[in-house]
Design a protein around this ligand. Structure first.
Ligand code: AMP
Length: 134
């Protein structure tokens, strides 16, 4: 059975898209640690552990995440874009990209932001716009 993230990549479940190419997809996390918290996934490979990916998929995912991080930093001013891989919840490899201004911003135990659909759409649109310039 397809994972929720495969369904998102296929457009069967809605998401706030921030970037896409043939093999990879990036969208806003619905329970963000910070505005702009993004998830980056391979579209055609569901393996739930990043270090089980074939090298070409792994390297392609990292290169795509790098480009998304550049767009994210341009759209959401921050000191750094933090990178995390957890995979405790959704069994489909994904990289978290989180705008950081301090170390504490990458603490997954802290309460998540509650944003309106309009705000999610606004943030996603601004990241996508930066991505399309690259
Ligand atoms: P983890 O597997 O531990 O890396 O956590 C999965 C992440 O996916 C969490 O941060 C969730 O908020 C996020 N998430 C789960 N379902 C969705 C969804 N439908 N759209 C966007 N983000 C999601």
């Amino acid at each position: 059975m397809a994972t929720v993230f495969t369904k998102i990549a296929k457009g069967e479940i809605p998401s706030w898209k921030v970037a896409e190419n043939e093999d990879f997809y990036a969208f806003l996390d619905i329970n963000p640690l910070a505005e702009g918290h993004t998830l980056v996934i391979p579209k055609h490979v569901e393996d739930d552990y990043i270090f089980h990916l074939d090298d070409d998929v792994y390297l392609g995912l990292c290169a795509f995440a790098k480009k998304v991080a550049v767009a994210l930093k341009a759209a959401v001013p921050c000191k750094r874009v933090g990178v995390a891989v957890l995979g405790m919840e959704v069994p489909h490899t994904h990289i978290h990209l989180v705008p950081l201004n301090s170390e504490a911003d990458l603490d997954f135990r802290k309460p998540k932001l509650e944003l309106s659909p309009e705000r999610f759409a606004e943030i996603a649109g601004s990241i996508l716009k930066e991505y399309e310039k690259l």
